[in-house]
Design a protein around this ligand. Structure first.
Ligand code: NAD
Length: 285
C-alpha cells in the first residue's frame, strides 16, 4: 500500500501521546480506532481531544468542523478491533514487556501487509519487530509532544525494516502535515540522544546551585534562542519519562555521561512528575 492510499489508522494507548496522535490523524481526514485498556482512559482521551479541537477551532486552525473531526475517532478496549486498519501506531507505556506483548497481539490482529509502528522514545524497534512475523514492516514513528503542534516525526529504521516501509511511514507523516527525518535504531534515537543530556545537565547545574531554575531556563531561552528552557521542558515531558530515558541511555550505551542527576531522581521519588500532576521543577495550578 502507498502512503496516499491510507484511509484508517489504529492507535494503541490513549494517553498524552496516543490521544494527540489520534487527533492529528483525524484532522488529516483519516478514520481512527483508538484502543486503551479501560473505558475510563478512553473517556479521558476523548475529553482531551475535544478540548484541544475546540481551542484550534476558535483560532480557525482546523480544516473541518471540530465535531466532524472528532467523529472520525472510534474507541475500543480490544486490540482485535484494529484488524481492518491500514497502519498501526503503538503509544502504550514505555515498558518493553508491555510493548512486546502488544506487538505480538498487533501482528495477529492486523492484516498481513499492515505496517506496525511504535511511538517509543527509547525501546529498540528491532526488538519489537522480533515479536512479530513481519519485521520488515515494523518501524519507529516517534512523534513529539504536544503532537498536534509539533512538526517533527522521527522515523526509526530497525535492523530489518525495509526501504519500502521507511518510505511509507515518511509518506504518512507528511500526510499528517509533519516533517519526517530518519534515525538509526540506537538508544534515544537522534532526539533524546541530544536532548536528554541537556536536560540532565540542567538538573546537575540546579543541584550545584550554579543558578536558580528560572535563571537556567532564561539562559537557554534568551541566550540560545530555545523556545523553552530545559527544566520547563522536562516538566512538560514528565520527569519520570526523562529519568527512564536517561537510565536506558546509560545502560544501553554503557556510558556514565548519561548518569541521571541525583536531583532528578529525588524529584521523581517524591512524586514530582511535572505538569501532569501539578508539581515538577515548577508548580502548576
Ligand atoms: N510524553 C511524551 O512527551 C512522549 C514523547 C514522545 C514519545 N513518547 C512515548 O509515547 C508512549 C506513550 O507515552 P505517553 O506519555 O502517552 O504515556 P501515558 O502514560 O500518558 O499513556 C499511555 C497509555 O497507554 C495505555 N496502555 C498501557 N498499556 C496498554 C495496553 N497493553 N493496551 C492498551 N493500552 C495500554 C495506558 O492506559 C495509557 O492510557 C511511550 O512509549 C513514550 O515513551 C512520549
Amino acid at each position: 500500500m502507498k502512503a496516499d492510499e491510507v484511509k484508517s489508522v489504529g492507535i494503541v494507548g490513549g494517553g498524552t501521546m496516543g490521544s494527540g496522535i489520534a487527533q492529528t490523524c483525524a484532522t488529516a481526514g483519516l478514520q481512527v480506532v483508538l484502543v486503551d485498556l479501560a473505558l475510563e482512559q478512553l473517556t479521558k482521551a476523548q475529553g482531551a481531544i475535544n478540548a484541544s479541537l475546540a481551542k484550534l477551532q476558535a483560532k480557525q486552525q482546523l480544516p473541518a468542523d471540530s465535531a466532524t473531526i472528532a467523529g472520525r475517532i472510534r474507541t475500543s478496549t480490544n486490540v482485535e478491533d484494529l484488524r481492518g486498519v491500514d497502519l498501526a501506531i503503538e503509544a502504550a507505556f514505555e515498558d518493553p514487556a508491555v510493548k512486546e506483548d502488544l506487538f505480538r497481539k498487533l501482528d495477529q490482529a492486523c492484516k498481513a501487509d499492515t505496517v506496525l509502528t511504535s511511538n517509543t522514545s527509547s525501546i529498540s524497534i528491532t526488538r519489537l519487530a522480533a515479536a512479530t512475523k513481519r519485521s520488515e514492516r515494523v518501524a519507529g514513528m516517534h512523534f513529539m509532544n504536544p503532537v498536534p503542534l509539533m512538526p517533527l516525526v522521527e522515523v526509526v529504521r530497525g535492523l530489518q525494516t525495509s526501504d519500502e516501509t521507511i518510505g511509507f511511514v515518511k509518506g504518512v507523516a507528511e500526510r499528517l502535515g509533519k516533517t519526517p527525518i530518519e534515525s538509526r535504531d540506537v538508544p534515544g534515537f537522534i532526539s533524546n540522544r541530544v536532548l536528554m543530556p541537556l536536560i540532565n545537565e540542567a538538573f546537575f547545574a540546579l543541584e550545584e546551585r550554579v543558578g536558580t531554575a528560572e535563571d537556567i531556563d532564561t539562559v537557554m531561552r534568551l541566550g540560545m534562542n530555545h523556545p523553552m528552557g530545559p527544566l520547563a521542558l522536562a516538566d512538560l515531558i514528565g520527569l519520570d519519562v526523562c529519568l527512564a530515558v536517561l537510565q536506558v541511555l546509560q545502560r544501553d550505551l554503557g556510558e556514565d555521561k548519561y548518569r541521571p542527576a541525583p536531583l532528578l531522581r529525588s524529584y521523581v521519588a517524591a512524586g514530582w512528575l511535572g505538569r501532569k500532576n501539578g508539581r515538577g521543577v515548577y508548580s502548576y495550578d
